[in-house]
Write a protein that binds this ligand. Structure first.
Ligand code: ZN
Ligand code: ZN
Length: 161
C-alpha cells in the first residue's frame, strides 16, 4: 500500500494544494479588513492575487469555510449574503443609505433566547438581530442635506456665477 508518496506528479495532490492555497487566500482577504463583503466584492479582491480563480470557486470555499466554523455567512433579508471573518457570534449595524456594515460592540443577548424558551413549540437554535442606522459619512451628508433644504425653503435669489 505504501510507496505511492514518492510519485513525482500526483494530480490529486496538486489539486489539493491548489485548493488549500485558494481557501487560505480567501480567508486572508476576508480577515484583512472587517468590512463584511459580499462574495462579488471578495471575488474582486481575491482575483488580484489569484487571477484564474472563478466566482464559483469563491462561493464554494465560502460555504466550506462557513461549515468549518472559520467564518460566518450573514443572511440579511432582502439583500445579498455577506461574509464575516470573525466566527464568534456578534451583532452588526448596517447603514441604510450606503449599505456599509460594521460590528455592533455589544455582547450577545442570550437572555433573549431564554425569554422565549417555553413560550414557543419551536426548538430554538439561535437568533438574528441587526441594527440599522446611518454611518458617520452618511450622517454627515444627511445633515448637510437638511441644512441645504432649510436654506432652500427661503425664496431663492439667483446667486453665484
Ligand atoms: Zn453610509
Ligand atoms: Zn462582523
Amino acid at each position: 500500500m505504501g510507496g505511492l508518496e514518492k510519485k513525482q506528479h500526483d494530480p490529486a495532490r496538486t489539486e489539493k494544494l491548489r485548493t488549500t492555497r485558494q481557501r487560505r487566500m480567501i480567508l486572508d482577504e476576508l480577515r484583512k479588513r472587517n468590512t463584511h463583503p459580499t462574495a462579488d466584492v471578495l471575488y474582486e479582491k481575491v482575483r488580484k492575487r489569484l487571477p484564474r480563480i472563478s466566482l464559483g470557486t469563491v462561493y464554494r470555499n465560502l460555504e466550506i469555510l462557513t461549515a468549518q466554523g472559520e467564518i460566518q455567512t450573514l443572511e440579511i433579508s432582502g439583500s445579498q449574503k455577506r461574509y464575516d471573518g470573525v466566527p464568534q457570534k456578534h451583532y452588526h449595524i448596517r447603514c441604510l443609505h450606503c449599505g456599509s456594515m460594521d460590528d455592533a460592540p455589544i455582547a450577545p443577548l442570550n437572555r433573549l433566547e431564554d425569554a422565549l424558551y417555553g413560550a414557543t413549540v419551536y426548538t430554538i437554535l439561535g437568533h438574528r438581530l441587526e441594527f440599522v442606522g446611518l454611518c458617520p459619512a452618511c450622517s454627515k451628508k444627511e445633515e448637510v442635506r437638511r441644512l441645504v433644504e432649510q436654506d432652500l425653503n427661503l425664496p431663492t435669489e439667483s446667486s453665484g456665477p
